[in-house]
Design a protein. Structure first.
Lengths: 442, 287
């Protein structure tokens, strides 16, 4: 019996169309757009202005404060614009646009493909390097990694959990990375263990990736303290709290962080980026993106320079089909429908999903039949039907007592609802209003 | 048999008598004095509990009115002057001056001026859509058109125009309670001074982006060119954060600004058509 988390969860159709496909390198685009905020926290401060020449890997925007992340140029060329530009939400954010000229890298970046397994640096130096490389959580939440790895005083990490779950349907970018960069990821895990001062690491992988589990098990034989934990397929197992429960059996209490139960969770993509930053001096300028969709002729996993317009990604996967209804930034469960394809792929872009019109339409909302399927499906033990009713009636103060802030926005409730009620949309509204109430109290 | 009924009646009567005596003394001891005028004032108020006065409801407002030294600044926007005069009569105080206000929708982004670039099929609520993205047009501050303002209006004073997709305020019904102002997630609706014959002149745009950007999304947006500021003889127009604003207090409705606006972002409502000689356009046409 494989391990999994207990509360709630659903099993959407997997649709991993691009599973097992090799990572293809997307040609360097002519133009990249880099929003100065691709992470949670304060926006970075731009260091370049229009007309400046930049090299690949050069720092172009500096972290502003501790909870912020550096942004590096993913191409070499000339800065054509530092101005407001549409982001995935359609709102305009400060963005640095760079016109590509050649591909000249910074000298200190080691571009050789050899694996460098020896870690010579001290934990503090490693942490500095991770912060300098602008690494953020690449599973989608984009929380700055150096903040996560800085353990607050009085707490102690006991283990690090590597998130190779990839529970979102359609997405296979982490899977592809695990298959191709196994040894490098293990070095990344070693680095993480050194930074956190722990001697135990778990790699959580869902059972629908048997090839990755086998490869990682073979690799784990050669590393002390790293064990692979195969998990039963269940959404949202990639959620931090769900993964901790599944792997260690510990439950993170409401309003607490994983470190409160002695764990730190890091995504495999982030682990690989950490390896590259520490061992190869390479900042976060590339990532693997799954470009998929049932009608895309050439769907696959692409190694993409960050800031590449999504249009280019779709072109590489065979172009936008005629009857496209929605283009999602992310997976089908948590992804966001894009208002335009000119938007660049950011650090947290794990996939682009092109959906045909007939599948992307929302069904009409019906009345709640009190079946409690949403209560059953909620992995955080909330009552989505109740939260939605409160949000509709604007009882935001009561929503706080109903632990609305615990919601991880996984969308299981909206998925399972037989009446097609937009539960998550209303809960999200409640969350934003409750957040305002909490902030006004301070 | 008969004795059972007798005892029951007797014991219950005794209990009732004792309770009556106890309750009588308790009621006297714990009596809370409430000004009878509060009830009277509350009955005078419209009873909509809309919160337009700034209090939780009409009862709350009535309490505040009775307690207050003067009635300055305490106004029932729904009842208007007549209700406040009646309240003042009951309380023997002077009613404060009340400026009649009306809600104004500061967006003119009809599909004609602001082309729809995508289709939204999510929850038909502005608050939800606002959290997700900019809306069906490209303007990040424009009206979303799902009618949160219509839902909250208790006076049937605001409606969606199906053709333009924008809310329209019926001036006669609007009581300026401010419910729609609070409901709009984009702060488009503003309460402005009511003028004679419901005449209004205001800038129908709240976009603070640079002119070059916002004109791409909406042809009638304020591009902050500053022409209206220059032409205004009463210094009623100010320019802040790439957006012009007409101060209703200072504005004398001279209408000099409207023809100057290159994007027609300034709306004139309920005015007679301009005389041919007044506008430069008309001059050119006649020439």
């Amino acid at each position: 019996m494989l391990r999994t988390f207990k509360k709630g969860g659903i099993h959407p159709e997997e649709n991993k169309l691009t599973a097992g496909k090799k990572i293809r390198v997307l040609p360097v685009p002519e133009m990249v757009h880099l929003p100065v905020i691709q992470h949670l926290g304060m926006p970075a401060r731009p260091l370049v202005k229009k007309g400046d020449k930049v090299k690949t890997g050069q720092l172009i925007a500096e972290a502003d404060g501790f909870v912020s992340a550096n942004v590096h140029s993913p191409v070499s060329g000339t800065v054509s614009k530092v101005d407001l530009m549409m982001d995935a939400g359609g709102y305009r954010k400060m963005t640095i646009s760079i016109q590509t000229e050649g591909d000249e890298w910074m000298e200190e970046i080691d571009r050789t493909p050899q694996h460098k397994p020896d870690i010579n640096l001290q934990p503090e130096e490693i942490l500095k390097k991770i912060a300098a490389a602008g690494i953020v959580g690449m599973g989608g939440a984009t929380f700055p990694t150096h903040v996560k790895l800085t353990i607050p005083r009085g707490r102690k990490a006991e283990s690090v959990i590597i998130n190779g779950v990839e529970c979102e349907p359609f997405l296979t970018s982490d899977h592809a990375l695990m298959l191709e960069k196994g040894p490098e990821i293990f070095t990344g895990i070693k680095i993480l263990m050194k930074v956190l001062g722990v001697n135990q690491a778990f790699v959580g992988i869902e059972a629908n990736k048997p090839d990755a589990i086998k490869l990682f098990r073979d690799l784990a034989m050669r590393h002390i303290g790293i064990s692979v934990v195969p998990l039963r397929v269940k959404y949202p197992q990639g959620g931090e709290k769900q993964l901790i429960k599944a792997v260690t059996g510990r439950e993170v209490p409401s309003g607490k962080l994983p470190i409160d139960v002695g764990t730190v969770v890091v995504n495999v993509g982030t682990t690989y980026a950490i390896y590259e930053a520490v061992q190869k001096n390479k900042p976060l300028i590339e990532r693997v993106v799954t470009v998929t969709g049932k009608q895309l002729p050439n769907a696959g996993n692409f190694l993409v320079r960050i800031g590449t317009p999504i249009e280019k990604l779709i072109e590489a996967a065979g172009g936008l089909p005629q009857n496209t209804g929605k283009v999602l930034y992310g997976g089908p469960m948590m992804g966001k429908a894009l208002p335009s394809t000119d938007i660049p792929a950011g650090k947290g872009c794990s996939g682009i999903l092109v959906m045909p019109l007939e599948e992307s339409r929302r069904r009409e909302m019906k009345v709640c039949i009190r079946c409690a399927k949403c209560v059953q499906a909620c992995p955080m033990g909330l009552e989505p039907y109740l939260l939605m009713a409160m949000s509709e009636r604007r009882y935001f103060d009561r929503m706080e007592n109903e632990r609305v802030m615990d919601c991880i926005e996984c969308g299981s409730c909206s998925y399972i609802c037989p009446s097609d009620r937009p539960l998550l949309d209303y809960i999200r509204l409640g969350k934003s209003e409750v957040n305002k109430i909490i902030r006004s109290r301070k | 048999m008969g004795s059972i009924i007798l005892y029951t009646v007797l014991s219950l009567s005794a209990l009732a008598a004792i309770s009556a005596v106890v309750l009588h003394f308790v009621a006297q001891k714990f009596r809370v004095y409430e000004d009878p005028r509060i009830d009277e004032v509350e009955h005078t108020l419209p009873g909509a509990n809309c919160g337009g006065c700034g209090f939780a409801g009409c009862r709350n407002f009535a309490e505040a009115l009775v307690k207050a030294e003067t009635l300055d600044g305490l106004n029932c926007p729904v009842g208007g002057e007549s209700v406040m005069k009646e309240v003042a009569r009951i309380l023997g105080k002077e009613a404060g001056a009340q400026v009649p206000m009306v809600a104004v929708v500061r967006c003119n982004g009809t599909p004609e001026y602001r082309p729809r670039t995508n289709v939204y099929d999510g929850v038909k609520s502005c608050a939800v859509a606002h959290l997700l993205y900019t809306g069906e047009g490209g303007c990040p501050t424009g009206c979303l058109g799902y009618g949160d303002c219509v839902d909250v209006c208790q006076f049937d004073a605001i409606h969606m125009d199906p053709e333009t997709g924008l809310p329209v305020v019926t001036d006669d019904k609007c009581t300026a309670c401010g419910a729609c102002v609070k409901a709009c997630p984009r702060n488009i609706i503003e309460l402005r001074k009511k003028n004679k014959k419901d005449r209004k002149i205001y800038i129908a745009c709240v976009n603070q982006e640079k002119g070059a950007i916002c004109i791409k999304n909406c042809k009638v947006s304020c591009i902050a060119c500053g022409k209206c500021v220059k032409v205004c003889p009463f210094d009623a127009i100010t320019m802040e954060n790439n957006l012009a604003y007409i101060d209703a207090e200072k504005c004398r409705l001279c209408r000099k600004c409207a023809p100057e606006c290159p994007t027609h972002a300034i709306l004139e409502i309920n005015f007679p058509p301009p005389k041919a000689a007044e506008t430069t356009e008309a001059k050119e046409q006649s020439a």
